[in-house]
Design a binder for this molecule. Structure first.
Ligand SMILES: Cc1cc2nc3c(=O)[nH]c(=O)nc-3n(C[C@H](O)[C@H](O)[C@H](O)COP(=O)(O)OP(=O)(O)OC[C@H]3O[C@@H](n4cnc5c(N)ncnc54)[C@H](O)[C@@H]3O)c2cc1C
Length: 574
């Protein structure tokens, strides 16, 4: 200890805070979009993910990263990835909260909205586990295209226990599912896949096959089974590849190595080889892309949720920091230019949350047989835009910390590294925009559904009305804007959808700031370059929170944080 080591002007730890209680856009959106019944579960998860103990679990999971063990000491292949205990604890929480299952196990109105809110709260902690959780969730509708396989696998996938054991799935009540599509020569263009499938017997839907080939990206390789694509004589088909054969021995699922990634470090992503690997066909032969697209549409929703969670996590950290850090005799939050940055971040996050929850409701509606056309178009539009905005948002939030934001002790550096990922997988930016063009061309009812949603806010603001009129004209053109104009078109669609939601559902100042800066371009290009004279005080007041008032510790709320007991039922309830 030296006399110079006096710690001053550093904020108190942002810990033991209920992440739900400090999030007005979430609370209002959850109620508005049909998820009011899930409030208690979302709040309980907010207490857990906001707790100091959970933050320590995240730290430990990042301190001990997954390791591949290809062989045992005798030279036998084992193809096993070892994870830190902390990883398994995070997985236990995710499965226990039903992030992977809710709309399938309890398919009532609002189930997708509640699940989105839960996953969004979970995602403000560590998102490595979100990868196997999202794939398990999304695999269900694809598997249901092959009844006998769904009957065998779906009950295990829906179980809310987490079973970390690497044993045959038929000996477990709970299982996880991954997806292996990308090959070296083509990820977006899966039709370039070279993996071959040879029938064992008569083949066809539900039939047994042997696969030979490779997959260049296969995340969460310790999942119990994977949906994958391979060519038969009739074309690219979808298969389920379990890690173990029906006789209990290991399937030939050869993990070559783990990727050394920019971020998403706690999650393992691997390269695998299929060498006469046992598989069963899911869905019609030669229709593999259509079968697996069921899964992809749902994982795109996951990307929207994950990126919104990154934005919110970064913003809350920044808001907390500037509320406590002082420079030039004033708190940072009282410096006019910092207020501009904070207000801009607040508006960006609120627009993202509103869009995320509306798209989640579109999944509820589609599941109930209503307005699936809106979900078809709104999902890629939201995926593209939220995943574009997340890195910029996290960057600005990080810079609010000054040097501390660049250091690994806090969460900002990790958030910054993780932020680009959702933009890449499940359709990179350009591919998503081309998908929007495809939907507009082939499914014209999706255009009408999208415009109807925008029209709900018609007349509320002339700048918004002008954008909607221009968009309606562009979307109606026979040859559209062409591929080159697709990014601009999708960006405008996303902004219009966000503006429509904010105009209808948020205080006037939030919607006005969004429209002035994003639609009317009254400010500059960087975040915080807001138009002079913009009314930002109410926006900041809406976002700000008093740390002492929202602390959970010592107020009885910590009892909601049930102990993490690996393998035990961990569903959190108040
Ligand atoms: C951490 C991580 C984990 C992953 N996990 C999995 C996994 O578990 N399973 C799995 O199957 N895959 C996984 N992926 C792979 C991911 O889905 C692919 O990387 C992604 O689909 C892009 O494919 P690609 O890498 O082959 O890029 P490419 O297809 O070569 O695309 C490169 C770029 O070109 C653009 N592009 C492509 N086509 C066009 C076009 N027609 N016009 C204009 N631009 C175009 C794309 O938008 C992209 O920006 C993972 C990736 C990462 C980074």
């Amino acid at each position: 200890m030296t006399i110079t080591h006096t710690v001053e002007n550093q904020p108190p730890p942002l810990a033991d805070v209920n992440l739900y209680a400090i999030d007005k856009p979430l609370a209002e959106g959850l109620a508005r979009e049909g998820g009011a019944w899930g409030k208690a579960d979302v709040a309980a998860l907010g207490v857990r993910v906001g707790s100091a103990a959970y933050q320590e679990t995240i730290r430990k999971a990042n301190a001990t990263l997954p390791v591949l063990r290809t062989h045992d000491r005798y030279g036998n292949r084992i193809d096993e990835v070892e994870f830190a205990d902390a990883w398994h604890e995070l997985m236990t929480v995710a499965k226990g909260a039903g992030l992977h299952s809710l709309p399938w196990s309890d398919p009532k109105p609002g189930a997708h909205v509640v699940r989105a809110a839960l996953h969004y709260v979970f995602g403000q902690g560590e998102q490595g586990p979100s990868c196997p959780i999202a794939m398990t969730f999304a695999a269900v509708p694809a598997l249901r295209q092959q009844k006998e396989i769904a009957d065998e696998w779906v009950p295990r996938l829906l179980d809310t226990h987490y079973d970390r054991r690497f044993i045959p799935a038929h000996k477990k009540s709970s299982a996880l599912m991954g997806m292996a599509m990308t090959e070296k020569q083509g990820g977006s263009d899966v039709r370039a896949n070279t993996t071959k499938a040879a029938p064992l017997g008569k083949g066809g839907p539900g039939g047994e096959y042997e696969l030979t080939g490779h997959k260049w990206f296969c995340s969460a390789p310790m999942c119990d089974a994977f949906l994958t694509l391979a060519h038969t004589e009739k074309g690219l088909s979808c298969f389920i590849v379990p890690r173990f054969l029906p006789d209990g021995t290991q399937n030939r699922f050869l993990i070559q190595r783990l990727k050394d990634k920019l971020g998403n470090k706690t999650n393992a992503s691997s390269e695998i080889e299929y060498d006469r690997t046992w598989a069963r066909m899911v869905g019609p032969e030669g229709r593999g892309v259509a079968t697996i697209l069921e899964m992809v549409q749902h994982t795109r929703l996951e990307c929207v949720i994950g990126s919104t969670a990154f934005m919110r996590a970064a913003f809350v950290q920044a808001l907390h920091h500037v509320q406590h850090r002082r420079a030039f005799q004033r708190r940072l939050i009282d410096q006019p230019l910092m207020r501009s940055v904070v207000a801009d971040l607040a508006v960006e996050c609120e627009a993202a949350v509103a869009l995320m929850l509306r798209v989640a409701r579109a999944f509820d509606e589609a599941q109930a047989g209503k307005n699936a056309a809106f979900a078809r178009l709104a999902t890629p539009v939201a995926k593209y835009w939220i995943c574009r905005r997340v890195s910029q948002t996290v960057l600005e939030a990080l810079e609010c910390f000054g040097g501390n934001g660049y250091v690994e002790d806090g969460p900002m550096a990790r958030l910054y590294r993780d932020a680009p990922l959702n933009g890449i997988w499940e359709g990179s930016g350009n591919v998503i925009c081309l998908d929007v063009l495809r939907a507009l061309e082939r499914e014209p009812e999706s255009r009408a559904a999208f415009l109807a949603e925008l029209d709900a806010a018609k007349g509320a603001d002339p700048r918004f009305d002008a954008l909607v009129s221009a968009l309606a004209a562009d979307l109606g053109k026979r040859d559209g804007t062409g591929e080159m104009g697709a990014r601009h078109l999708v960006e405008r669609m996303a902004l219009a959808l966000q503006a429509s939601l904010l105009l209808r559902h948020t205080p006037h100042e939030v919607a006005d700031l969004f429209i002035a800066s994003r639609l009317a371009h009254a400010g500059g290009l960087a975040m915080g370059a807001l138009p002079a004279g913009a009314r930002i005080d109410p926006v900041i007041e809406r976002a700000a929170f008093d740390l002492e008032a929202v602390r959970t510790r010592g107020k009885g709320e910590e009892i909601r944080v049930l102990p993490i007991d690996s393998g035990a039922q961990a569903r959190v309830r108040i």
